[in-house]
Design a protein around this ligand. Structure first.
Ligand code: ZN
Length: 251
């Protein structure tokens, strides 16, 4: 069967980090569904896509958890929301933009289509694994979603942290108004970029890598540009088609 992953990384000890491609289909119950002629059919399709992805990941049906992402810097502990019924989870997912699984036991998804997905694996002093994921668009980066995620992992016992920076709108494509570039980069100079056609832009992955290295995190930048690579969803290139996901799980 064709792989549903854009990249799939063996993170050791049965842990996996991956980023889905368009082959996995749209994974969002909002983007790509709101505008559909038959919303019920579109939602059923998304739920079917999620079940198929879980099968490919080797995890049980409805175990992959999704957030209602709102461009905040809020980090949840999945254990705090794990007692909701599964049907409620799919209809009303928890609100936040990053989360951790302190025993790496809950499969986590972060949905994106141009924003930056960052997935984490941590190790405690005794070798026990932790996992996390963050949705780091421009607003989340500026308000500290990555710093907050690293802090949450450390509070939960992580002594060593690795991060995989997935595909997003790249610094040569992510055009913004000059005023936004200036305002955004005032305290975060690594954000400054220019499009390949010479206009102001932002470099989300450059900033993410800079932040994570400053925090003592081992960084794996996988590159990839959603606007250039049509095996990924891109809100800017093709609005309202859907979202792909950053994933971290134990098989
Ligand atoms: Zn690009």
């Amino acid at each position: 069967m064709e792989t549903p992953f854009w990249r799939h990384i063996d993170a050791g000890d049965g842990l996996h980090v991956a980023f889905s491609s368009v082959r996995a289909g749209n994974l969002s119950l909002n983007a790509g569904v709101r505008g559909a002629d038959d919303q019920h059919a579109a939602r059923r399709q998304v739920l079917g896509n999620r079940r198929a992805l879980e099968a490919q990941m080797g995890i049980s049906p409805q175990s992959l958890r999704f957030l209602h992402q709102v461009h905040s810097a809020d980090v949840l502990d999945v254990a705090d929301v794990a007692d909701r019924t599964l049907s409620t989870v799919e209809e009303e997912p928890p609100v936040g933009d990053a989360w951790i699984s302190a025993d790496a036991g809950t499969p986590l998804a972060i949905m994106v289509a141009d924003c930056l997905p960052v997935m984490f694996v941590g190790r405690a002093e005794d070798g026990a694994a932790l996992s996390a994921g963050a949705h780091a668009g421009r607003v989340g980066l500026l308000t500290g979603v990555l710093e907050n995620t690293v802090a949450a992992l450390r509070r939960a016992g992580a002594a060593q942290i690795s991060a995989w920076i997935g595909p997003a709108a790249c610094g040569s494509c992510y055009e913004v108004p000059e005023a936004m570039r200036q305002e955004s980069s005032r305290h975060r100079p690594a954000l400054v970029s220019e499009t390949s056609w010479g206009t102001p832009a932002l470099n989300l992955r450059g900033e993410a890598a800079a932040v994570l290295r400053t925090q003592g995190v081992e960084v794996h930048d996988l590159g990839g540009c959603t606007i250039e690579d049509d095996s990924l969803f891109s809100h800017r290139r093709a609005p309202e088609q859907g979202r792909f996901a950053g994933l971290v799980w134990r098989a």
